[in-house]
Design a protein around this ligand. Sequence first.
Ligand SMILES: [Zn+2]
Length: 409
Amino acid sequence: MTAWFTVTARALQPVSIGKTNAKAYLTRTEPLITGATLRGALAAWWLRRKDQDATFRELFDGEVRFGPLIRDDCLLENLSVTACKYHQGDRHPRYFDRAFHTGAQPVCGGLPEPLKGRIIARTGSSADLTMNTSTAINPSTGTALDAALYSRESNAKGAMFTGSIVGDASLVAELPTTERLTFGGRAGVQGAAEVTITVRPSPTVPDGRAVVRSLSPIILVDDAGRPSLDLKSALARHGVLAERVFAGRVTTEGAGGWHAASGLPKPTDLAVARGSVAVLTGDRVAVTKLLDHGVGIRRAEGFGFLELVESAWAVDTAVTPKHQSAAGGLDQWQAKLRKVALNAEQTRWLANQLREVGEGQHAEVNERLKRPGVPATLTESQRQAAENILVNGPQQHRTALARDLERGL
Ligand SMILES: [Zn+2]
């Protein structure tokens, strides 16, 4: 009997699930715990207590699916949605979801811009991630190695993540209901989270038309086992007719992995990007089965995880961040600036950097912080504060923050 379970994770430490294309000195992350990471953490929990027996193999290498956990203050962009690129005022909504609306999208100019399947803040701005930089230590001298700065993006302590496990009810019942697990990162200082698993009702598929989207990349193969990007045909093999699909993006992101049993990396598969949307017609039973099963291969790791979409995609303009948000409003960044005691020269320097460097340009910020002159006069805590502001300060506030600095706040 297939059952649906809600999984929540509360970060007890910063959580950082490294992306596979990371550069050596910089580990990027997302507001997400991937299904593969969830499965790995639960498998590790099991192996600390019990043997790698038949139940273990059924749970972790069978039909049980471990879906991605998305941070509660964030949402996944649906590929069925386009945005008014130069949107101003409120003559029309900014977003237009083609899975729900027909006709042409009204725009303020330019062409509508498709969303890309990113995970963004519910408010529509970039998700808030913090950046921690550390130096490599020379093991023989115990001192910092030159030019060996490592930066790691992470989700702040306290962040909440939610997702699903789908599978045989009695098998999933073998998993803990509440447990401290470690996700990615460096055990000991990063990645600890309190995880709860609770049963919930299965999705109720409406009669007639149903819209589904993928929360994770979909790895497809055709009847001959060859790689495929044809979602419509894959759905047809489940007895489901897709009236329209919005699945035009291809990704290799996150589709690699680590094969624990052999200790070898898995090949990176080509995948249909997460956020793909299909408008389905016909049989409710077939759609329910599709949701229970997922689509494509490597489903146990969370690939091809589908969910019902009940309404047109929208950002939440009324939302207030549940957790202290570093990406928050201008006032929060002004407060941060006030806490950094800088002299006049350092203040001018920081204002200029805010104007010259864009949000998220970690490598550029690190390079500038190593230059001679003003950066060399910063104390360690000033340097860290400057780095945080320069890397994470929201683009839309940078000019205002630079002006504040010059006015002496
Ligand atoms: Zn507009």
